[in-house]
Design a protein around this ligand. Structure first.
Ligand code: FES
Length: 118
């Protein structure tokens, strides 16, 4: 496990990119739980972890001519700043296709220090 930051360095709903063993990793604080994703988008290797963080939108596609039934879920996604692919921050899965996934890393918080396993 490698120390990446202290609790409080990253506010809720924000992220920070760190370099660990030559690898860029995004550390995210979601409701004071920490998550770590490889900072490399599956599309064209963009710096996905530097993108905006938002609640994931879900919904149904109704009959033609009716408005979509869209709503915000409890999940958060990060939006790649290059072309807008969105990934679930907890799982690394693409919001629209769970078969597309960026690597995640185990995170441990101990004595107010955040560690990741790279
Ligand atoms: S590189 Fe991330 S969406 Fe294209």
């Amino acid at each position: 496990m490698i120390e990446v930051c202290k609790v409080g360095d990253i506010n809720h709903g924000e992220s920070k990119v760190v370099k660990v063993k030559g690898v860029e990793v995004g550390i995210f604080n979601i409701d004071d739980e920490y998550y770590a994703l490889l900072n490399s988008c599956n599309h064209q290797r963009g710096p996905v972890c530097t993108g905006d963080i938002r609640r994931r939108v879900d919904g149904d596609i109704p009959e033609m001519g009716r408005p979509p039934n869209e709503y915000f879920t409890e999940d958060y996604v990060v939006i790649c700043p290059w072309h807008g692919w969105a990934y679930d921050i907890k799982t690394g899965s693409h919001a629209g296709d769970p078969d597309i996934k960026i690597p995640t890393y185990d995170v441990v918080v101990k004595d107010q220090i955040v560690y990741i396993d790279v």
